[in-house]
Design a binder for this molecule. Structure first.
Ligand code: PHE
Length: 444
């Protein structure tokens, strides 16, 4: 079969912004803040930094190496370097992408709706009731479907004309919004109390396996690791790129936005003393507490609140398109179908799969636990073992284009020892948590 030449990014900045766009998402703002407030603020932050640097960064470099080295989407990249058996891991990635997108898009749908309604109508006086009314049921399904259509539309535009173009415009807007809102948050009454909770910790909290597990899961989720996004995006890179440098930039930007999101959310929830409410957190807590706070701040609250939800929606969009791209690229490489067909069929499949999450918060939370924690960690562990122990010469592969930086030996050693060890511990602990979540859902 004659193959069309593979698509390529238009520029290095384009690639980096697209990868940062994938990494920076609901994970940074919504998931990070609710996990941080649930697990003791500073303790979570510290473990999250450690997990990003020690575990996330090496795995990011491993994924980028596989993608650029093979120039293929995950299933074929793994087959290229590891033969047929390892291509199964690529299938796991695609399945995980389907599952995560399906519920991610429901939350993104809430976000879009908040953004639009806040601009035109302001915040409602009863945020809890409002959230309940829009989180599940017909309207949630409709906004979820709308969001999937939006993503499919971008992905259909191609790597350069769709994904890159959207990221280059949207990411600077997102950064500006988040920085601006963080500055506003610093002026609030609750700022000092919020920062104190966010930036301090007790030793006891750091020593908890549960917090470690959540921090590692969050680092993976936030860096878009463990489901082949970085493999796919790097497959459109030229061989000359400096991968270690780019992984540092991507991880740095991702951490930066998560950190800023904390600087926004903590002062806001402390401004009205709502921190306890987020503490008994469900996935929806921020969608209730933040509007509640914004609603008390008059016109400024309405403007800043709308901008906050616009930023959230932008972040969600550039992340969701990367999940869709994993599925679409695999279909293009494997079945030889056109990008358009792949995007429509994959989008339709994901749209259907997301409906249960749009009808029940229990299903949504469970999928986040199973796919967002368990499957990502499993995928990350396997890809680590592959690059650390199985692949022929990953160091030669990563060295291409990498200029003066020389820590590849350390990278390989981490991939062989610390990273798989931490991920294995987290995986086992995650299995327990998932069983608990399933029982809870079955029981309630
Ligand atoms: N990194 C994205 C976020 O923080 C989510 C994501 C996970 C995207 C896995 C792609 C793959 O929201």
């Amino acid at each position: 079969m004659a193959q069309a030449p593979r698509e390529q990014w238009g520029s290095r900045t384009g690639f980096v912004l697209a990868a940062v766009g994938s990494a920076v998402g609901l994970g940074n703002m919504w998931r990070f803040s609710y996990l941080a407030s649930e697990h003791g603020g500073g303790a979570f932050l510290l473990l999250y930094i450690a997990m990003t640097a020690l575990v996330g960064l090496p795995v990011m470099l491993a994924e980028l190496t596989l993608g650029r080295g093979s120039g293929r989407s995950p299933i074929f990249a793994l087959q290229h370097f590891g033969g047929r058996a390892w291509s199964l891991l690529g299938w796991l990635f695609v399945a995980t992408g389907f599952l995560i997108f399906s519920y991610y898009s429901v939350i993104a749908g809430w976000t879009l709706r908040y953004a639009v309604e806040t601009i035109f109508l302001g915040f409602s006086g009863d945020p809890g009731g409002r959230f309940e009314a829009l989180a599940t049921g017909g309207p949630a399904v409709a906004w979820h479907l709308g969001f999937v259509v939006l993503c499919a539309f971008v992905v259909m535009g191609g790597v350069r004309g769709g994904i890159e173009r959207a990221s280059v415009v949207l990411m600077p807007v997102l950064f500006a919004l988040v920085v601006g809102i963080a500055i506003y948050a610093a002026t609030l009454d609750g700022a000092a109390a919020g920062y104190a909770r966010y930036l301090t910790f007790e030793i006891r909290e750091i020593l908890s396996l549960e917090v470690l597990r959540e921090a590692a899961g969050q680092a993976f989720f936030s860096l878009s690791l463990g489901m082949g996004v970085m493999i796919t995006y790097a497959s459109y890179l030229s061989p000359r790129e400096n991968l270690p440098q780019q992984s540092l930039v991507i991880a740095g930007a991702d951490f930066g936005v998560a950190f800023l999101a904390g600087l926004v959310v903590f002062p806001l929830i402390f401004a009205l003393g709502l921190s306890d409410k987020v503490g008994e957190s469900t996935v929806g807590a921020l969608f209730i507490t933040l509007p509640e706070t914004f609603a008390t701040m008059g016109a400024a609250g309405r403007v800043v609140g709308s901008l906050f939800f616009v930023a959230l929606a932008v972040a969600a969009l550039t992340s969701a398109i990367s999940m869709l791209e994993v599925v679409v690229a695999s279909a293009i490489d494997g079945l030889g179908v056109s990008r358009r067909t792949a995007a429509i069929v994959a989008g339709a499949g994901i749209a259907l799969l997301g409906i249960p999450s749009a009808l029940s918060l229990g299903v949504l939370g469970l999928l986040d636990q199973v796919a967002g924690n368990l499957l990502l960690i499993l995928g990350g562990l396997l890809v680590t073992v592959f690059v650390g122990w199985v692949m022929d010469d990953p160091v030669a592969e990563v060295e291409r284009g990498a200029g003066g930086i020389r820590w590849f030996g350390l990278w390989r050693t981490l991939l062989r020892t610390v990273v798989p060890l931490v991920l294995a511990v987290v995986l086992v602990s995650s299995c327990g948590a998932t069983l608990g979540a399933i029982q809870e859902l079955a029981g309630g």
